[in-house]
Design a protein. Structure first.
Length: 309
């Protein structure tokens, strides 16, 4: 029997929705075990927040990060219990890199839950609410985005390279607003403010990076079952000694998601599979490469219906 080679995709913040994970929890022993372990480690009621909300608490960075991680890993464990496949590599978008590391075996689930909650809290505290913002520039190339940031002068940086002309900028609220205002002069027809509570992946997150760095030094990282393509350099990593540095740098540096997908596509996988709430990364990946089909799995129905030969 042919064994499919897949690249796993794990989503980041913004994918959360009230009710996520409930169907998995009720229909899969494997998923239930993951979410129960996350519940025990989290210090708050992950199950109730994922299943019942309220939405305003679920969207808070400190709580959303461990919740999305738990649901994404639950989907992955259910997938593993239902299908036979070989993982060529995994990619996570921002927070999703932690999920990818747990899936690979390099990071323990309980450690990841604690780390992501702290990470979210540190990021939220780094910049006062309202003082930072992010926006997506659509149909914009990297040089144009950099020219826009340079024209503003200071306070705004490129945060995410999401592929197919979508570039996210991050920084001080007034600087991001100015970047959006002048973007039309640089040929960018549309920009969208993002509903985020902090300006992620820019130098303003330096205080969060310093705090997280200390926490990461106390966490053991183990062997990789498969490589994880890091956000900061889009290279496949299987060296546990490098994980702490890569995750620390990720807080303030760009997420090179499109480069990571292209790196994964060069491995000639049979499919990309996004595990977790929503299908944001699936849609991004389809715009970046057409070398393999892309699927999003988030419940028992679409996992069992997945055809891997």
């Amino acid at each position: 029997m042919r064994i499919f080679r897949v690249v796993l995709l794990f989503p980041g913040q913004g994918s959360a929705a009230v009710g996520m994970g409930r169907e998995l929890y009720e229909n899969s022993v494997a998923a239930k075990k993951i979410m129960d372990r996350a519940q025990e480690a989290s210090g708050f009621d992950i199950l109730d927040l994922c299943f019942n909300g309220p939405a305003d608490k679920l969207t808070q960075t400190e709580f959303q990060q461990p919740c999305v991680l738990a649901v994404s890993l639950a989907a992955y464990e259910f997938l593993r219990s239902e299908k036979i496949f070989h993982v060529a590599a995994a990619i996570g978008h921002s927070l999703g890199e932690y999920t990818a590391l747990v899936a690979s075996g390099a990071l323990g689930l309980e450690d990841a839950v604690v780390l992501t909650r702290k990470r979210g809290a540190y990021m939220q505290r780094a910049v006062p609410l309202g003082d930072g913002a992010m926006a997506a520039l659509l149909r914009c190339d990297l040089q144009t985005a950099q020219d826009i940031c340079d024209a503003v002068g200071e306070g705004v940086w490129i945060a995410n390279l999401n592929g197919a002309g979508q570039i996210v900028i991050s920084g001080k609220t007034k600087a991001v607003e100015e970047a959006r205002r002048i973007s039309r002069q640089h040929g960018v027809r549309r920009s969208i403010p993002l509903k985020v509570s902090a300006p992620f992946h820019c130098p303003l997150m330096a205080p969060a990076a310093e705090l997280l760095k200390e926490d990461l030094t106390r966490v053991p990282f183990g062997d990789f079952a498969f490589p994880v393509i890091a956000n900061v350099n889009a290279t496949a990593n299987e060296d546990s000694d490098r994980v702490s540095d890569l995750l620390t740098r990720q807080v303030t540096q760009r997420v090179l998601f499109s480069d990571g997908v292209l790196r994964a596509a060069a491995m000639s996988p049979d499919a990309f599979i996004e595990c977790g709430p929503g299908a944001t990364l699936t849609n991004m990946t389809k715009r970046i490469t057409d070398t393999a089909p892309c699927f999003a799995v988030s419940d028992s129905g679409n996992i069992r219906a997945l055809d891997l030969g």
